[in-house]
Write a protein of this length. Structure first.
Length: 292
């Protein structure tokens, strides 16, 4: 096999890892802080893609990259206030059933509005074409996607680790009772975290719309891989989820590169199985007192 083709397939796998990461990091945050298993996260990914189709004729692709995540984040905060807030103190199984039903509602609403047939989204003219690095050739748009994903994740890391907001969120993940004893309410932080997490899923939807067909069940397809990333990385660990997403992406890209694309999903499940055998808490999972 041509070395550059092999490297291109690995890079495509890393690309998958980056958009899995945008979804998985939100899943991890929502569950770690609120105990909500958000099966509707993939549906918001699909909402982001469809909003991009609707808004791009008016504000352009780059405008959609900025505006759509904000709209989806506002939707996430509304859902958190109306629905999630009722399930923070109960068994996570109830939130799983709630969000499964919410995902079905969103999916059917998309079908009712746009139909079931896949829709195409035109890649912006400025990002079409290839980048040539010697004999290595790669899509300009895919490079842009990776750069945006890295910028979004770097901003999230800064928010969680270098601000007072982040310190309270991390303390709330570990032991919210201590915050309550200090008179700090987690309610506004839960809303903000839900907005940020679901907004990142919307961003992933916008970014993937030009290179994947946009259809009502696209969120369900990516959600499974995102849950695998969360399990491998471990709850409560930002870098654990990042590392897991890169590993999952590389494994998937490697299977495609060696001519076994049909085995790529099986390979990431096998990776999850091996990691859980060695480290049941995940690669870098933290001990979260209220879940023990």
């Amino acid at each position: 096999m041509n070395l550059f083709l092999f490297l291109s397939q690995l890079l495509n796998g890393l690309l998958d890892g980056f958009y899995y990461l945008l979804i998985a990091i939100g899943l991890s945050l929502i569950f770690s802080l609120g105990g909500i298993v958000n099966l509707a996260h993939g549906a918001f990914f699909a909402v982001g893609a469809y909003l991009a189709i609707v808004l791009t004729p008016y504000i352009g692709f780059f405008g959609a990259v900025l505006v759509v995540p904000l709209i989806v984040a506002c939707m996430g905060m509304i859902v958190e206030r109306l629905l999630f807030t009722r399930f923070y103190r109960v068994d996570p199984l109830y939130s799983l059933l709630l969000t499964f039903g919410l995902a079905m509602v969103i999916e059917q609403a998309i079908r009712w509005t746009f139909g079931s047939a896949p829709l195409a989204y035109s890649m912006p003219e400025a990002l079409r074409g290839q980048v040539f690095l010697g004999e290595f050739v790669y899509s300009r748009y895919r490079i842009f996607l990776i750069c945006v994903a890295i910028a979004a994740l770097a901003s999230l890391w800064f928010l969680l680790n270098r601000t007072a907001f982040g310190r309270i969120v991390r303390a709330g993940i570990q032991n919210p009772d201590i915050l309550a004893s200090l008179g700090i309410s987690l309610r506004p932080y839960l809303s903000a975290v839900a907005g940020i997490a679901i907004g990142l899923a919307g961003l992933a939807g916008v970014l993937m719309a030009p290179i994947n067909p946009v259809h009502p069940v696209m969120g369900a397809e990516v959600l499974t891989a995102a849950f695998v990333v969360v399990v491998i990385g471990g709850l409560g660990s930002f870098w654990g989820v990042v590392l897991a997403a890169m590993l999952v992406g590389l494994v998937k890209g490697f299977m495609v590169a060696i001519g076994l694309p049909s085995w790529s999903l099986a390979a990431i499940y096998l990776l999850m199985f091996v990691v859980l055998l060695v480290r049941p808490r995940g690669l870098m999972g933290e001990r979260i007192l209220r879940f023990e």
